[in-house]
Write a protein that binds this ligand. Structure first.
Ligand SMILES: *[C@@H]1O[C@H](CO)[C@@H](O)[C@H](O)[C@H]1NC(C)=O
Ligand SMILES: *[C@@H]1O[C@H](CO)[C@@H](O)[C@H](O)[C@H]1NC(C)=O
Ligand SMILES: *[C@@H]1O[C@H](CO)[C@@H](O)[C@H](O)[C@H]1NC(C)=O
Ligand SMILES: *[C@@H]1O[C@H](CO)[C@@H](O)[C@H](O)[C@H]1NC(C)=O
Ligand SMILES: *[C@@H]1O[C@H](CO)[C@@H](O)[C@H](O)[C@H]1NC(C)=O
Ligand SMILES: *[C@@H]1O[C@H](CO)[C@@H](O)[C@H](O)[C@H]1NC(C)=O
Ligand SMILES: *[C@@H]1O[C@H](CO)[C@@H](O)[C@H](O)[C@H]1NC(C)=O
Ligand SMILES: *[C@@H]1O[C@H](CO)[C@@H](O)[C@H](O)[C@H]1NC(C)=O
Ligand SMILES: *[C@@H]1O[C@H](CO)[C@@H](O)[C@H](O)[C@H]1NC(C)=O
Ligand SMILES: *[C@@H]1O[C@H](CO)[C@@H](O)[C@H](O)[C@H]1NC(C)=O
Ligand SMILES: *[C@@H]1O[C@H](CO)[C@@H](O)[C@H](O)[C@H]1NC(C)=O
Ligand SMILES: *[C@@H]1O[C@H](CO)[C@@H](O)[C@H](O)[C@H]1NC(C)=O
Length: 772
């Protein structure tokens, strides 16, 4: 609560498992490799080991596979008696997770079939209204005009902290029966229903842990955004009152609990969940977690989750991931694989207003969900204990206000270091009357409508400067906080949240990431616990505002369910995952509701660039009917990986899980048939020709003309300026030549342009990124 959601604040890099009583996998026949070295218990870590089956081998079923995996281990149990093997993966990767010491891993490297071992990483977790903001429920919106049937028939696999089943967002009223043949367990204290059709847990320490979400709320919130059922009169402390619904309120939810408190989400369990979700038959993998600095992957070989989503993509399962909450710095993306949809976060036009009025009459509009009735004409002394330069007072940390007289005063606190709501408690416990929560420079304009415990206004950096000016220039500064309720039509919106992680990802061959943005600031969705100053514990129908790319991602997962459901109901071919990505990317809005470029809230006056917002804000109605799509075959991705790994077949085989598949074809990232275009042009004489292939999924007969905006210093030439389609599924390949035009702006500069194929009905736009 009150903090941007990227999960657990403690930074455990490796998870140690101390629990003794563990029975995870049934043991079969063992093939021990004898070693007389006893393990050094303090060095035992969970490793994810990638192995390749020997040529011609054919392991049927789970047990043979599991025994073969065990044959790589020095011993089946640790000194404590715990099994070494944690997970034996069937589909997601070729390999297993086991408890080993680094030395034992080194011994394993010599064994036949061994490819690579990575320590399990700790990954971090990163709406009455957003369906309206995205125009789903309006008269001409995607819900009413398309055959999407609210996502009916599509199964969204939500990998997160579990789910609070009793919440009305997960009521199965109006839901169709479960898919035929669906037979997956429900590790919950309550039975599953026809909305939440499975709930499983992937705890490496206890295989019977229920998939409930009573202590964190993140998974409940995320599931509600993606596919929560309709709930009338949803509100947070009476604010934002309305009808709550997820993006795909009729889609099924299958829950995979992989994130714990404390500890975050271990990649070994995440892989086990992806493995199981693939076997269960989900259509979408909703994943609001990822690595964060300084532990971001520096290569795909370190990113085991990308290996698993590669397998999912090959089966037509759509991986949807959060960009991360590590903005506004560049190169902070948690995910970068082209087959992963990577989603950044934007604001909506709604605010829960809490206004600061200074003693001299100047007003600043901030936010807070808790809006008590106050005597509105009473001013309080305004104090800034942190102005003395003391770090702990500046941030209002626990006990920092000891010995400072804040009784019946309004206290100014910087955001950061401690949950916002906890800061409020520090002020309240010290006797403060209220709190002004101030952004520091990097946080710019993004403010949160948290469910505080005392009168609070969270204000932007710009406003914070003026409030600080006022307190410095006045001997008896005073202020009051008044509450304006729920306000709409705030401009500019959507705007990029400061925390949304930004590209480039240096190891993905100039593929533009993030792909798109979606609402991710102050999103109202289901919550297990009552919030605000007078909480009464677990409640059935509570909602909460949460912010993060964690909240943006399930918007896209739900929209993908709408697209898949529409194709099904229209009796159309299901699109590949890359074609769905294409539909979302080529139709995204680069402009906000005023028609101006999307604004970056981290800065005072800058537009967000292509490495910050990707192609722009998802446009649901247009993504349902893109006209043309760019497809990428799994083989093209293999060729791309051969390019990334300089034809090192062994690294590629981690992804293909096929020991006879070598690099026979290799392409650069620029040549991948990706819907956005990323090109490196490092010199004055640089010139590149790439090709792209479009597939017609619009009307049978449609003529598209090319229009483009050239990036600065670059000329664009096309092989075709008009494409005339005469039938559905028809493909056209064209080439684009980009050449430097005279001068070079200098290494490290970013250039932006776009290429659009426009018919009377459709506008298929590829954003262009030039890395100079
Ligand atoms: C075990 O590993 C720890 C941590 O690396 C090290 O400090 C310790 O000396 C090792 N103990 C033995 C017996 O090797
Ligand atoms: C195998 O594990 C047992 C404990 O279960 C231990 O006593 C034994 O030394 C181990 N053997 C090897 C070769 O590591
Ligand atoms: C939603 O529809 C309204 C009215 O047609 C339009 O002004 C607005 O730009 C649309 N919003 C989005 C996000 O497309
Ligand atoms: C579901 O799976 C369980 C356990 O594997 C089995 O006992 C049961 O018969 C299955 N039910 C159906 C309908 O397939
Ligand atoms: C595992 O979880 C179950 C269900 O919560 C609990 O009853 C059991 O005590 C746990 N076992 C251990 C070893 O923690
Ligand atoms: C600060 O207080 C909160 C709430 O009482 C508590 O959860 C947290 O652990 C405390 N932090 C420190 C550093 O003492
Ligand atoms: C502040 O007061 C609390 C409770 O009285 C005490 O535990 C803490 O040590 C004090 N902290 C400081 C920095 O004086
Ligand atoms: C109040 O003080 C602030 C900060 O010094 C200043 O920016 C503002 O103009 C003042 N307002 C009035 C009405 O004087
Ligand atoms: C492995 O790759 C080879 C060569 O590309 C191919 O012929 C074979 O079908 C692949 N095997 C599997 C199981 O995909
Ligand atoms: C793949 O490469 C390995 C060694 O690099 C070679 O032995 C094998 O024949 C190659 N396989 C194919 C299908 O080219
Ligand atoms: C495409 O260009 C032709 C002229 O080259 C023009 O007649 C036609 O209207 C254009 N179509 C669209 C959809 O702009
Ligand atoms: C097509 O969409 C792009 C991106 O939104 C926009 O810049 C361009 O003006 C549009 N073209 C037409 C003809 O509407």
């Amino acid at each position: 609560m009150g903090e941007i959601k990227d999960g657990c604040p403690s930074l455990l890099v490796f998870v140690f498992f101390l629990s003794l009583n563990i029975v995870l996998l049934v043991h079969g026949q063992l093939l021990p490799i004898v070693s007389d070295r006893r393990e050094n218990t303090s060095q035992i870590q969970t490793f994810i080991v990638h192995v390749l089956k020997p040529e011609g081998s054919n392991f049927l079923g789970g047990e043979g596979l599991e025994n073969w995996h065990k044959s790589f281990l020095p011993n089946t149990t640790l000194d404590t008696g715990e099994p070494r093997l944690l997970f034996s993966y069937k589909e997601a990767i070729s390999g297993f997770a086991a408890r080993l010491t680094p030395e034992e891993v080194r011994d394993m490297e010599k064994m036949d079939g061994f490819l690579r071992a990575n320590p399990s990483r700790t990954l971090h977790l990163q709406t009455t209204y957003t369906h309206d903001f995205l125009n789903l429920s309006t008269l001409f919106g995607a819900w009413s005009t398309s055959n999407s049937f609210y996502g009916e028939g599509i199964i969204i696999g939500v990998l997160d902290t579990g789910i609070h089943m009793p919440h009305p967002s997960f009521d199965d009223t109006g839901m169709p029966p479960r898919p035929a043949g669906w037979n997956v367990s429900c590790y919950l204290q309550t039975p599953c229903n026809d909305k939440v059709i499975a709930a499983q847990s992937f705890d490496t320490a206890n295989s019977t842990t229920p998939a409930t979400d009573i202590d964190q709320g993140h998974g409940t919130h995320v599931a509600g955004i993606a596919a929560g059922n309709f709930v009338d009169n949803a509100e947070v402390l009476d604010q934002a009152l309305g009808r709550a619904a997820g993006m795909a309120p009729r889609a099924f939810i299958s829950v995979y609990k992989v994130c714990w408190k404390p500890g975050g989400c271990g990649s070994a369990g995440v892989l086990a969940a992806i493995d199981k979700a693939m076997q269960d038959g989900v259509h979408i993998l909703q994943m609001s977690f990822g690595a964060r600095p300084p532990n971001l992957p520096t290569s795909f070989t370190e990113d085991d989750v990308a290996v698993a989503t590669f397998s999912a993509m090959q089966k037509g399962i759509f991986p949807c991931t959060a960009a991360g909450n590590n903005g506004p710095d560049p190169k902070t993306l948690s995910h970068a694989a082209p087959w992963d949809m990577v989603v950044g976060a934007t604001t909506t036009d709604r605010r829960i207003r809490a206004t600061v009025t200074l003693g001299n009459g100047t007003q600043f509009h901030g936010e807070s969900a808790y809006q008590p009735n106050m005597v509105t004409n009473q001013f309080y002394p305004l104090v800034f204990p942190g102005s003395n330069g003391q770090h702990s007072q500046l941030y209002c940390f626990n006990n920092s206000l000891n010995g400072t007289d804040v009784r019946d005063k309004i206290v100014m606190c910087n955001i950061g270091g401690l949950d916002n709501i906890e800061k409020g408690k520090v002020v309240r416990n010290a006797g403060g009357a209220g709190m002004i929560l101030m952004n520091f420079e990097r946080l710019g304009y993004t403010t949160f409508s948290d469910a505080h415990h005392l009168p609070v206004s969270h204000v932007s950096y710009k406003d914070a400067i003026q409030i600080k000016d006022y307190i410095i220039s006045n001997s008896t500064p005073t202020a009051k906080i008044t509450f304006g309720g729920t306000i709409f039509d705030i401009h500019p919106s959507p705007a990029l949240a400061y925390f949304s992680s930004r590209g480039p990802a240096k190891y993905n061959g100039n593929i533009v990431k993030p792909d798109v943005t979606a609402p991710g600031v102050n999103i109202l969705s289901a919550w297990p616990l009552e919030v605000g100053p007078f909480p009464s514990g677990l409640k059935i129908k509570t909602f909460n505002f949460e912010s993060g790319t964690s909240m943006a991602t399930p918007h896209v997962s739900g929209i993908v369910a709408l697209i898949m459901s529409k194709l099904k109901n229209d009796n159309k071919r299901q699109w590949s995952t890359s074609e769905i990505q294409s539909a979302l990317i080529t139709t995204a809005n680069t402009f906000d509701l005023d028609g101006k470029p999307i604004f970056d809230e981290a800065t005072l006056n800058d537009r967000a660039n292509i490495l910050q917002r990707g192609a722009g804000q998802v446009n649901v109605a247009k993504a349902m009917d893109p006209g043309l799509v760019y497809n990428i075959e799994p083989d093209d991705y293999v060729a791309y990986l051969c390019g990334i790994f300089s034809n090192n077949s062994q690294d590629v085989q981690i992804f293909t899980k096929n020991n006879t598949q070598n690099c026979t074809r290799s392409i650069s990232g620029e040549q991948l048939n990706y819907p956005s275009i990323g090109i490196q042009m490092a010199s004055r004489s640089a010139s590149t020709t790439i090709s792209r292939t479009l597939t017609n999924v619009g009307d049978a007969r449609e003529i598209y003309n090319a229009t483009f905006i050239e990036p600065p210093f670059v000329r664009i030439y096309l092989s075709h300026y008009q494409l005339s389609f005469t039938r559905l599924e028809q493909k056209f390949t064209y080439s684009i030549t980009l050449t430097m035009n005279g001068s070079h702006p200098g290494l490290g500069v970013i250039g932006e342009g776009e290429l659009s194929w426009v018919s009377s009905k459709h506008n298929v736009t590829s954003p262009i990124y030039i890395a100079f």
